[in-house]
Design a protein around this ligand. Structure first.
Ligand SMILES: [Zn+2]
Length: 163
């Protein structure tokens, strides 16, 4: 999938390449335009042949990839790169509330045999899941990842198998 279909390993407007966003569809040039489009996630890109870079054209803060002859590298924003601080904050956003809730459950355990004794553990798990989902959603939004298209394609594939 990551191999270009044409024999040339340089990025050009005649080749077909794996989409750097969804890693599922293929991007190729739109006729009569200096732009490329993905046949799966429908994102539109502009290419810089001299620098061998591809820039997402339909996003507010454009992402850029570099073609290294075989695959895409980068996927960085030109001026607003995700630093380590954001990842540490993201991990803290998941782990801190979970450990506070878990510590509460550990320090003040429910009375043994009470009907709601499962609640603290359930609540700890729920806290972890909710905060992870928030973080995951933010990451998907940041990278413009087409999750809904993936789920739809997966559903269609499953549906086709059972027919
Ligand atoms: Zn795509």
């Amino acid at each position: 999938m990551s191999e270009p279909i044409n024999s040339s390993t340089r990025l050009n407007f005649h080749g077909t390449y794996t989409c750097p966003v969804c890693r599922h569809g293929e991007i190729s040039a739109i006729p009569l335009m200096e732009a490329l489009a993905c046949n799966f996630c429908r994102h539109i890109f502009t290419a810089n042949i001299e620098q061998q870079t591809l820039k997402m054209a339909d996003s507010q803060l454009p992402l850029t990839w570099r073609w290294n002859g075989r695959t895409w590298t980068g996927g960085y924003r030109e001026e607003n790169e995700l630093g380590w601080g954001y990842w540490i904050a993201g991990i803290a956003f998941v782990l801190l509330p979970t450990s506070i809730v878990g510590l509460g459950a550990y320090l003040f355990p429910p009375l043994p045999g009470s009907s709601l004794s499962w609640l603290p553990i359930f609540w700890t798990g729920l806290t972890f899941l909710c905060h992870s989902a928030c973080l995951g959603w933010l990451v998907l939004e940041y990278y413009q990842f087409p999750l809904s298209l993936y789920i739809r394609a997966l559903g269609e594939r499953l549906f086709a198998r059972f027919n």
